[in-house]
Design a protein around this ligand. Structure first.
Ligand SMILES: *[C@@H]1O[C@H](CO)[C@@H](O)[C@H](O)[C@H]1NC(C)=O
Ligand SMILES: *[C@@H]1O[C@H](CO)[C@@H](O)[C@H](O)[C@H]1NC(C)=O
Ligand SMILES: *[C@@H]1O[C@H](CO)[C@@H](O)[C@H](O)[C@H]1NC(C)=O
Length: 972
């Protein structure tokens, strides 16, 4: 029955209800009104569950408070109940309601004009909802008993209704944080009973009338963040009870009226962010109760008055962003309650007065005090201990202060934030900074500070922000920084700091911003930096860092600009892969050899231009010793080149058709030895070294093909090193030793010819051409299959293993020295020739085999490392990678050199090594073979010789790698 009645009531209410009481005179109006209110809103948290329509009265309902005698609701407080929906008219039924508070809900829609017409309502708080629309004019028309209204933090728009001025009983009005606009009605400045007026954070405009003088009861006024313009009315000074004035962030102009001196109760004066001009008069010292004074962000100028010293309660003083000049009033030092002093962005110059820094220098301020006392006839703290002992924030930034930072700074032990940035301070950072145990922020950016960062900085262990950028600091980052465990921001950019980054930096787990750019830092970055969980910025650009960037964490996404200009840095972010071990492989200039190595490197137009970048590469990658080695090689190489040119010229003559005639005497006095016992090729001599039969040229000479009398084809190598070879005896001894070496993967040496000026080596002729041609000159679409490639790798390894077993080092492994038989079997050629040279001088060696570009083990350039057969393992490693990838060991780009093993190593680290495999195979390879082969290649190219396996091991590994299922070639 009650429910039906309610439905009826809802209808009736909207017809300005009259009938209810007559339907049931005993029914409580309040129950009815509240139930209707409840029906209009959503109550997602069930806060109104106790509101039961069958109750006789609502006095036990949550949020309701009744007058105990009448049982009528006098207060409804539903703050923060998460109610949403519209504010219905049910509440109009609550005729005895004195206080209605619905703050902090999600109510929407506009407000009914009659809600303020609840006869006895005194307090209405609808703040922090989403109410919108204009505030209806009728809202305040019969505001009768209303004392306090807050519509703050909603979405009201339009003008403030003029009717507000008629609410003579109103003591407090808060319309802040809406979107109210237009000129505020004059009559609101005449509500004489008003104690608190808050119109802040709206879009109101116009001036503040002199009539404000009539608001004799005003205690607090905030017009903050509007568009009020014009002068601050003199009349404001007549509101003698004012305690808080906030006119900030408007467009008020003119000077600050000295009538404000009458406001002796005022504790807070905030005029910041206006267009005020002129000076601050002595009168300011009369507002003795002032605790907060903010005049920042205006156009004020002149000197601050010494009467400031009279403001014994002053806690916060902000004069920043004005044009104040002259001497800082020493009297400020007697504001012994001052916690925050901001004088930043003014035009102060000269030394930072010593009185700011500590009590020691205070005695001299006595004079000032007497002066002030005389002028204002008010007591001044007479004790000399009056000082800025409570100072927590000191900001003198962006002035023109010069001189040094006094070590007395350490006496300001309460200091939490010290900003002296953007001045011209010189000298060093005082070690006493360590005494500032409460210091959060130290900003000394952009001064001319020199010396080093004092290690005492670690004692200021509350530091969160340390900003020392843009100075002339030298030295290292002190290890003690690790004690500043709260540090989030460390800015040291643009100094002359050097040394290593202390590994302990990675223990500062709160670090977010680190800027070390534009310094002289060196060394590698501690790997553990990657563990810093909160990093947002880590700028180390423009330094001399080297080695690998930390991997993981923030460093996976570090911006290239944050690491740029560190030439020796490597890692993905700088787009340069890191060698596993420094130094870089030695790459020599291919153009310094006189015999053009046509069989190893096709001359590309870019070559001449890149000579410098190659030496640069060496210089960067190698340690100092190695750089010296490279220079020595180059110098020596020049001499060698000169001599070989001469002999090459001589031989070029004899390489003509009449070879057999002119050097007859030589030929007659010469000695031909065929190891097979049959010196049977003399008749072929005529055909012998004609250009047409030239097979190729290498570091030791040109190779020609000829046919023996028995029809057997042989290859003849004419040594171009004749002026260097040993005596005949020694030459023959060595050649005979080489001649004994027989292996199916080694080109057999069949004989030799000797005269003092001409030496020939006769060896087995291999018909299938060399591996270089197969790989890089795509001979007739005859692409090597994976199986063929694997066989070549394995065969080569077996050949080398055999050589090493015979104690012979090849010295000159490269793809053009691997010959391929028509069966596909590889044969290693040109081995051991270095033995024919008078001495195994590594420089001569290097110059002879430098055509083996990219295959040469780094120890060739290093005096202190003995050259062993491990140099062949290196060359083999490069060769294996070359075979798998189909790429040359060193590729020359327009302005870059790509070293194959570095590239593969980088790709392996990034998990995309498979992309390196020769694309021409079109995926026709078992990756379970290809990838291990590449890894083996990388191991073989270890920079340290002892880290490389020996060839016998390599053969074993390769045999293991070969997949049994795919191994059709087990026979070999
Ligand atoms: C208002 O509603 C939104 C969702 O619509 C909710 O996230 C928010 O917490 C609510 N606010 C209050 C004060 O209940
Ligand atoms: C002083 O005022 C300026 C500008 O209004 C403000 O940016 C700064 O934070 C204030 N200083 C302090 C210490 O609060
Ligand atoms: C780095 O140090 C070198 C000498 O060690 C010095 O010549 C150079 O000016 C320094 N660079 C910077 C940016 O300070």
């Amino acid at each position: 029955m009650m429910r039906m009645l309610l439905i009826l009531c809802s209808m009736v209410l909207s017809l300005e209800l009259v009938l209810v009481t007559s339907v049931n005179p005993s029914l409580n109006d309040d129950v009815l009104g509240l139930i209707v209110f409840k029906a209009d809103v959503q109550d997602p948290k069930g806060k109104l569950a106790s509101w039961d329509e069958d109750d006789d009265n609502p006095c036990n309902w949550v949020g309701c408070k009744c007058n105990p005698r009448s049982n009528r609701v006098v207060e409804l407080n539903l703050d923060g109940f998460s109610l949403s929906g519209h504010l219905g008219r049910g509440l109009l039924q609550l005729q005895f309601l004195r206080k209605l508070s619905l703050a902090k809900n999600n109510l929407t829609g506009s407000i009914s004009s009659s809600i303020a017409r609840i006869d006895n309502l005194r307090v209405l708080d609808l703040s922090e909802n989403s109410l919108s629309g204009t505030i209806p004019d009728e809202f305040f028309r019969q505001c009768g008993s209303l004392r306090s209204v807050s519509l703050a933090s909603n979405k009201f728009s339009g003008k403030i209704p003029e009717t507000l001025g008629s609410c003579s009983m109103l003591a407090s009005i808060d319309l802040s944080s809406n979107m109210l606009s237009g000129v505020s009605p004059d009559n609101i400045w005449t509500v004489s009973g008003l104690r608190s007026l808050d119109l802040s954070d709206n879009l109101l405009e116009g001036g503040i009338p002199e009539g404000i003088a009539g608001m004799k009861n005003l205690r607090g006024v905030s017009l903050r963040k509007n568009r009020f313009s014009g002068l601050i009315p003199d009349g404001l000074g007549s509101c003698l009870l004012l305690r808080s004035i906030d006119l900030s962030e408007n467009a008020l102009s003119g000077s600050i009226p000295d009538t404000l001196q009458k406001l002796t109760l005022c504790t807070s004066l905030d005029l910041h962010g206006n267009l005020l001009t002129g000076g601050v008069g002595d009168w300011i010292g009369k507002i003795e109760a002032l605790e907060r004074l903010d005049l920042s962000g205006n156009g004020l100028s002149g000197e601050l008055p010494i009467s400031l010293g009279n403001l014994q309660s002053l806690q916060v003083a902000n004069f920043s962003r004005n044009g104040f000049t002259g001497a800082l009033p020493q009297a400020l030092s007697s504001c012994k309650n001052l916690q925050s002093l901001d004088l930043s962005n003014n035009a102060y110059s000269g030394h930072i007065p010593s009185w700011i820094m500590g009590p020691n220098s205070l005695k001299s301020s006595l004079l000032d005090k007497e002066e002030v006392a005389a002028k204002y006839a008010s007591p001044i703290a007479s004790s000399a201990e009056g000082s800025l002992q409570k100072l927590q924030i000191l900001d003198l930034s962006s002035n023109s202060f010069a001189g040094e930072i006094s070590s007395d700074i350490g006496d300001l032990t309460g200091l939490q934030s010290l900003n002296l940035s953007n001045n011209s301070l010189k000298g060093s950072i005082p070690a006493t900074i360590g005494k500032l145990k409460a210091l959060d922020v130290l900003d000394l950016t952009a001064n001319e500070l020199s010396g080093s960062i004092p290690s005492e900085i670690g004692d200021a262990n509350s530091l969160k922000e340390l900003r020392l950028g843009g100075n002339k600091l030298v030295g290292i980052i002190p290890d003690s920084i690790v004690k500043c465990s709260a540090l989030t921001t460390l800015i040291l950019s643009q100094n002359n700091l050097n040394g290593l980054i202390p590994a302990s930096l990675s223990k500062l787990a709160n670090l977010q911003m680190v800027d070390l750019s534009f310094n002289n830092f060196t060394g590698t970055l501690p790997k553990q930096l990657a563990n810093l969980p909160h990093l947002l910025l880590f700028n180390i650009s423009h330094n001399h860092f080297q080695g690998e960037l930390p991997l993981g964490g923030f460093f996976n996404t570090i911006l290239p600009s944050s690491v740029s200009d560190n030439p020796a840095l490597c890692g993905a972010a700088v787009n340069k892969s890191c060698p596993a071990v420094l130094p870089k492989p030695i790459v020599l200039n291919p153009n310094s050899s006189s015999d053009s190595p046509s069989d190893s490197l096709p001359a590309t137009p870019g070559h001449k231009r890149i000579i410098l970048s190659i030496s640069a590469l060496i210089a960067i990658g190698a340690a100092a010793v190695i750089v010296i080695g490279v220079i020595a090689i180059t110098v020596l190489n020049l001499r060698v080149r000169a001599s070989t040119s001469r002999s090459a010229a001589a031989l070029a003559l004899s390489a003509g058709d009449d070879f057999s005639q002119s050097p007859t005497t030589d030929a007659n006095s010469g000695k031909l030895v065929m190891f097979s016992g049959d010196p049977d090729f003399s008749t072929g001599t005529h055909a012998l070294l004609s250009k047409d039969c030239e097979l190729g040229r290498g570091g030791f000479g040109a190779v020609y093909r000829t046919v023996l009398r028995d029809g057997r084809a042989v290859a003849i190598k004419k040594l171009t090193v004749s002026s260097l070879v040993k005596s005949q005896d020694e030459f023959e001894k060595e050649v005979k030793k080489l001649g004994k070496i027989r292996h199916s993967n080694l080109v057999a040496l069949e004989g030799y010819y000797w005269t003092p000026s001409l030496q020939l080596l006769i060896s087995e002729f291999v018909s299938g051409g060399n591996l270089y041609k197969h790989l890089h000159e795509g001979s007739g679409g005859n692409l090597l299959s994976w199986n063929e490639r694997f066989n070549i790798i394995l065969g080569t390894a077996r050949g080398l293993a055999h050589l090493h077993q015979m104690n012979i080092i090849h010295y000159n492994i490269k793809s053009s020295n691997i010959l391929i038989e028509s069966s596909g079997e590889p044969k290693v050629a040109d081995f051991g020739l270095a033995r024919l040279l008078p001495m195994l001088d590594r420089y001569v060696l290097s110059s002879k085999i430098q055509s083996a570009l990219g295959y040469m083990a780094p120890e060739f350039a290093c005096r202190t490392v003995k050259i062993t057969e491990k140099c062949d393992v290196y060359g083999f490693g490069v060769l294996a990678l070359e075979i798998v990838t189909g790429k040359r060991p060193v590729e020359y780009m327009e302005d870059d050199v790509v070293v194959l093993c570095d590239m593969v190593r980088g790709a392996l680290e990034e998990g995309r090594v498979e992309e390196c495999i020769d694309g021409r195979l079109q995926g026709n390879f078992p990756s379970e073979e290809a990838i291990p082969v590449m890894k083996l290649g990388l191991i073989c190219t270890s920079q340290v010789p002892s880290n490389r396996p020996d060839m016998a091991e390599v053969v074993n590994i390769l045999e293991l790698i070969r997949c049994p299922s795919e191994g059709q070639d087990e026979s070999s």
